[in-house]
Design a protein around this ligand. Structure first.
Ligand code: FES
Ligand code: FES
Length: 186
């Protein structure tokens, strides 16, 4: 049995202590925001915070997080209000989104230590791979999140949780009303 704190809640996971943390998070705790990209420590899609440090959860096992504090993307904020989350959306630094949770975790860890990082620091702290190539926008997003963290800027259009009304409307096919209400007759 492995015991640690996951997103501020104590958890006990009955898996082999050698199980990668990534699989425990996704399959035992059902927190699927943390992504399985390469499984070999190269992509960063699986990053989580362990005692505030961004680590690749595919490379550490349950035994290594015993008694520690683990935060996944779901625990970064409850309402997407973390400056990094807001800035990633504001800068449209998300395309397919697969790399985004890991990037958000790495950026949050960086800004917690230094809210005004330079370009080289950002590149070093966020080595995550993005197959969609969001890097220029990512750089802007981290800079903006830094300004928000330093209280020099407010992002007013914070994303609402869930699907925006206009996006939800787009996903519903247009329905042409049938005069007598008998759709089967069409
Ligand atoms: S899945 Fe862990 S670094 Fe790629
Ligand atoms: S947004 Fe698609 S992999 Fe980064």
């Amino acid at each position: 049995m492995s015991r640690f704190t996951l997103n501020e809640r104590p958890v006990s996971i009955a898996l082999d202590p050698q199980t990668p943390l990534l699989h425990a998070i996704r399959d035992a705790a059902n927190l699927t925001g943390t992504k399985y990209g390469c499984g070999t420590g190269d992509c960063g899609a699986c990053m989580v915070l362990v005692d505030g440090e961004a680590l690749r959860s595919c490379l550490i096992n349950l035994a290594e997080v015993e008694g520690r504090f683990v935060t996944t993307i779901e625990g970064l904020s409850r309402d997407r209000s973390h400056p990094v989350q807001q800035a990633l959306v504001a800068q449209q630094a998300i395309q397919c989104g697969f790399c985004t949770p890991g990037i958000a975790i790495a950026a949050a860890a960086l800004l917690a230590k230094n809210a005004d990082p330079g370009e080289e620091e950002i590149a070093a702290a966020i080595p995550n791979l993005c197959r969609c190539g969001v890097y220029p926008r990512l750089l802007e997003a981290v800079r903006q999140a830094g300004r928000v963290t330093r209280r020099q800027e407010i992002i007013s259009a914070a994303p609402a949780p869930g699907i925006a009304a206009q996006d939800a409307a787009r996903s519903v096919p247009a329905i042409t009303p049938v005069p007598n209400g008998d759709a089967a007759a069409e």
